[in-house]
Design a protein. Structure first.
Length: 326
């Protein structure tokens, strides 16, 4: 808007308007849209919408606000010929901290730091000093610079509001709570949330390992893995899935699929071992809703995969605010 360019709003419901998607590519053609920003779920939906218009004007499809599954990245590129450009940031640091310019995409990276901002990975103990991580070493991502907020407003009714930074800001650096690394070229990679790790019998399981494997199945539209308390192992993974279409999942098929796509042994379904030969994707009509976990050495059997419509008390998957939220 500052440059005098046209901004197109999809309507009051935004991307939540299901009717929008049928005409989405025609809207891009009509207004010659050059850039758009959305969450991964939107781009996942668009991969199922036939490209029935000229979208050559679209040069900057920006994605943020949640981790981008590799399956969505690859499917969108194959479907549209456009590569998604990832960004990363938090509201507390004025939204955008990193961005991927066109032509600089690196799979798994959310780009490099924007001018005027700072970002680094640190080893952060709850009651100790922070130590900078080496290039490529995973740690907690922290953001510095003038864009970092002053703090949260607390106690508005106790003698007036107060600004409190709590444990979130140390010496001007904002603790994002996100785990990640920064390579020698300055590209930032997200690996998960510090509080979302599932600790199973001493094994640290990143929920994204499970989610990425499930999302590669053509009949799974969305997936989230969380930890459930367990007397034997401390925690066991529980996964929630959203079907890509109607129809009942085939339990045995998804179990076999997960055993070949999830590389972490403690995160695999019970009794599965990864195949040495690659498997062809199953048909969309054969998937599974329920999934018993793999206990080490052998906790009592339990159900792991659950329909996403069931209510759950566990937190949602990794949240990383990107450059925009619809």
């Amino acid at each position: 808007m500052f440059a005098g360019l046209r901004v197109v709003w999809p309507g009051p419901a935004g991307y939540r308007d299901r009717a929008l998607y049928a005409d989405f590519w025609k809207i891009v053609e009509h207004y010659r849209i050059a850039a758009m920003s959305a969450v991964p779920t939107v781009y996942r939906t668009l991969t199922d919408v036939p490209v029935d218009a000229d979208i050559s004007s679209l040069r900057l499809p920006i994605v943020g606000a949640a981790p981008l599954p590799s399956a969505v990245r690859e499917a969108f590129a194959a479907h549209t010929g456009r590569r998604l450009l990832e960004g990363y940031g938090l509201t507390e640091a004025t939204c955008a901290t990193t961005f991927t310019p066109p032509g600089a995409e690196r799979p798994g990276s959310v780009g490099r730091v924007l001018p005027g901002q700072q970002i680094k990975a640190v080893r952060a103990d709850s009651d100790g000093p922070w130590a900078d991580c080496a290039p490529g070493e995973t740690g907690v991502l922290v953001i510095g610079g003038r864009a970092v907020f002053a703090g949260y407003v607390t106690d508005p009714g106790a003698g007036g509001p107060r600004v409190s930074r709590g444990d979130n800001v140390h010496d001007g650096w904002l603790n994002t709570g996100d785990l990640g690394s920064i390579d020698a070229d300055g590209f930032v990679y997200l690996t998960g949330r510090a509080k979302d790790l599932i600790i199973r019998g001493g094994h640290n399981i990143d929920p994204r390992v499970i989610e990425e494997g499930l999302l590669r199945h053509p009949a799974v539209a969305a997936a989230a893995a969380v930890g459930r308390p367990d007397r034997h192992s401390g925690e066991v993974p529980v996964a929630y899935v959203v079907p890509a279409g109607p129809g009942r999942f085939d339990e045995a098929e998804l179990l076999a699929w997960a055993g070949t796509t999830i590389g972490e042994p403690a995160a695999r379904p019970n009794g599965s071992t990864p195949s040495r030969r690659s498997r062809s994707p199953p048909s969309a009509s054969t998937t599974s809703r329920r999934w018993p976990p793999t206990p080490p050495p052998a906790p009592p059997p339990m159900s792991w995969l659950r329909p996403a419509c069931q209510q759950r008390k566990s937190p949602p998957p990794t949240r990383t605010d990107g450059p925009s939220s619809p």
